[in-house]
Design a protein around this ligand. Structure first.
Ligand SMILES: [Zn+2]
Length: 290
């Protein structure tokens, strides 16, 4: 019996006809980078400003100890509370560094970011709670090692469907999961090194693309090896947008100001949902001078 192809089958058939005719398709052919002019326009479009911001009232970051590492080191989060009265509807945005302790410039870059946040007028707060954890794995960081003190990979320690049956095994993970209970995540940015890429799941493209365009880091959809029990897999199961940002390769601390400069606007946009106008002034000289 002759069968009519339906919907999808027919589309595929048409595509193969056209390809046979030498018609090429640009699938998802968004420009991978912006020209300098388009970049400036893009930044302009994402900029937010405040009329007559109170310069004497700066954003206060609460330094919250949310747990203790295996070796007894404090686990700290720096929290910008949402503007008063918007508390109940706050969107909790997480930005994490040094989940792998040897990726040390992730911590240094987020330390710079925390320091800069504190220079903004309090009037730039909005309905977001910004939670920055520069040093997620202080024991690994201390010993220049990817793993925590018990040799657990903290980015493979979450109770996702493909995770370890005893997950979470590390105190660092358990503490972070408690923080997540207190402040359920609206979005999450997990900063790693060294592949210089913005990794995302297809459903999170609207979060990944601005980060990529603002940093000029390419987009990518996988690291090329399985990551069971990763924070990415876990948050995806909870339907929370999560972007894994792999910073540039440079491991020397002296290069951190340049890496920060690359992703500054992307970090501000991720945190605030816009780029506060005063944040557009670069401080790179002061960081290099240190
Ligand atoms: Zn890593």
């Amino acid at each position: 019996m002759a069968q009519r192809g339906h919907g999808l089958t027919q589309v595929i058939r048409w595509i193969s006809y056209l390809m046979a005719l030498g018609v090429t398709f640009a699938v998802g052919a968004a420009k991978p980078y912006l020209s300098s002019g388009d970049y400036a326009k893009y930044v302009q479009r994402l900029t937010c400003s405040v009329d007559d911001p109170d310069q004497d009232d700066k954003i206060r970051l609460k330094k919250v100890r949310y747990g203790t590492s295996g070796k007894g080191r404090p686990l700290f989060a720096h929290i910008v509370e949402p503007a008063n009265s918007l508390n109940a509807k706050a969107r909790n945005v997480y930005i994490l560094g040094a989940q792998h302790g040897d990726e040390r410039n992730t911590k240094i870059v987020l330390d710079f970011f925390v320091r800069e946040l504190a220079t903004l007028s309090n009037d730039f707060r909005n309905r977001r709670r910004i939670i920055v954890i520069p040093n997620y794995n202080p024991d690994g960081y201390k010993r220049y090692h990817r793993l925590n003190a018990s040799n657990i990979d903290l980015n493979r320690d979450f109770p996702s469907a493909d995770g370890h049956e005893d997950a979470p095994r590390a105190p660092e993970t358990a503490a972070f999961m408690k923080l997540l209970e207190k402040y359920p995540a609206y979005s999450m940015y997990n900063i790693h090194q060294p592949f210089r890429v913005v990794l995302y799941y297809p459903e999170d493209e609207s979060f990944a693309r601005p980060f990529s365009l603002l940093s000029d880091y390419p987009l990518g959809t996988g690291v090329g090896y399985p990551t069971p029990g990763s924070l990415g897999t876990y948050m995806r199961e909870k339907k929370v947008p999560i972007i894994t940002v792999e910073l540039a390769r440079h491991m020397k601390a002296a290069v951190a100001p340049y890496i920060f400069e690359e992703i500054r606007f992307a970090l501000y946009y991720s945190a605030f949902g816009c780029i506060p106008k005063p944040a557009q002034k670069s401080r790179i000289e002061s960081y290099i001078a240190e």
